[in-house]
Design a protein around this ligand. Structure first.
Ligand code: NAD
Length: 331
């Protein structure tokens, strides 16, 4: 938030309804790429995640926080999942808000709507992995999953790399129109396939809420990059564990990858070790070579870290204050 014309006695508020106008996919990409780099350089770290079933409305509520010394960003995202919102109140079930603090004084600096921001920062993470790990000649993008997040992921991926064709599979085929429409809007050919058809993909984004592996080794061709984005909780799984063993595995944060991310299964079965997993930020910083051959399968285990939210929120506040769009109140 450097350059923001606010003083320490002011709080900037950017409500949910303004986020779409304040945040471009490009800005989300830049913010996430920078913070992944800072994490790998040891300049930024995430705090332990708190997630609680609060015993009311069947809600799951929690906090994801962190400090990025390099970017001067300190804060947390508070929120969670209220499963009855849509039916009872016409509100989306995922609800969150980001709070940013001045790392020099501890004073609150900003309050930012976190719902759309979460989708955009998650899409930015898989796109950053595509930018750094996909083969340069990649043409076909496979989508596994067609839920709320999928359209955001697909739009961002198509802006990041010049894919010529999108192929899609979903557990609930009636939802596939969500991704078909995005591909068509982008002027890219779309085809629904069965899982064996994923062999044609050069890159795959997997984004499901599944608790069992969907994608197996026989579905994946050599040289494919897989951004595995759905597994963010203990017990969830999208990829067969042996696929992790065959691939070079990258992640946003190793502690989350082995505990709540996709690597929990391969680690649990002793197929890979924690030391085998590389922070994507190391590739961004140039301290890890990333992909080293056209036959290598690369996997990005995107678990979703609080610093992604804070980085993107910081970028939104900067734009909103600079444009005079934020509500600035005295504190
Ligand atoms: P959603 O509920 O809108 O969609 C769920 C998707 O999973 C649908 O495509 C559905 O068909 C599919 N699915 C459901 N059961 C399945 C099964 N048994 N096998 C295979 N597929 C199945 O959810 P969403 O908002 O699109 O989120 C998808 C996943 O991404 C969730 O697990 C969510 O927690 C996770 N997520 C991760 C991050 C991150 O940063 N990594 C961020 C947000 C959400």
């Amino acid at each position: 938030m450097d350059g923001v014309a606010m003083n320490q006695h002011e709080l900037a508020i950017v409500p949910e309804g303004m986020i779409a106008d304040m945040l471009t996919r490009e800005a989300a990409f830049d913010a996430v790429e920078k913070v992944f780099a800072a994490m790998a350089a040891g300049d930024a770290y995430n705090f332990p995640v708190v997630r609680e079933a609060i015993g009311h409305e069947d809600a799951l509520y929690g906090f994801k926080g962190g400090f990025d010394r390099a970017g001067g960003v300190l804060g947390l995202k508070a929120g969670g999942y209220w499963p009855h919102n849509l039916d009872r109140r016409g509100l989306i079930n995922h609800q969150s808000t980001v709070f940013l603090f001045d790392p020099d004084t501890g004073r609150v600096k900003a309050m930012v709507g976190g719902n759309l921001l979460t989708a955009l920062r998650t899409a930015a993470a898989s796109s950053v992995s595509i930018r750094h790990l996909v083969r340069k000649d990649a043409k076909v993008l496979g989508m596994i999953g067609a839920g709320h997040q999928a359209a955001f992921q697909l739009r961002a991926a198509l802006e990041t790399h010049a894919f010529e064709k999108v192929i899609g599979w979903n557990y609930h085929p009636d939802m596939l129109h969500n991704i078909a429409e995005v591909a068509m809007e982008a002027g890219v050919t779309y085809e629904a396939v069965d899982l064996a058809g994923m062999q044609a993909a050069d890159a795959i984004i997997s984004l499901t809420s599944s608790f069992d592996a969907t994608l197996f080794s026989e579905h994946v061709s050599p040289g494919t990059h897989i951004a595995c984005m759905g597994t963010d909780t203990k017990g969830k799984q999208e990829l067969a564990a042996d696929l992790m063993d065959k691939a070079t595995v990258f992640t946003d944060e190793i502690a989350q990858s082995i505990s709540i991310g996709e690597a929990q299964h391969a680690i649990g079965q002793g197929l890979i070790a924690e030391e085998d997993i590389v922070q994507l930020g190391a590739v961004i910083n140039g301290t890890h070579p990333g992909r080293t051959s056209d036959d290598e399968i690369t996997i990005f285990d995107g678990t979703g870290v609080g610093l992604q939210d804070l980085a993107v929120a910081g970028s939104i506040v900067e734009v909103a204050v600079a444009q005079g769009q934020a509500t600035v109140v005295p504190i």
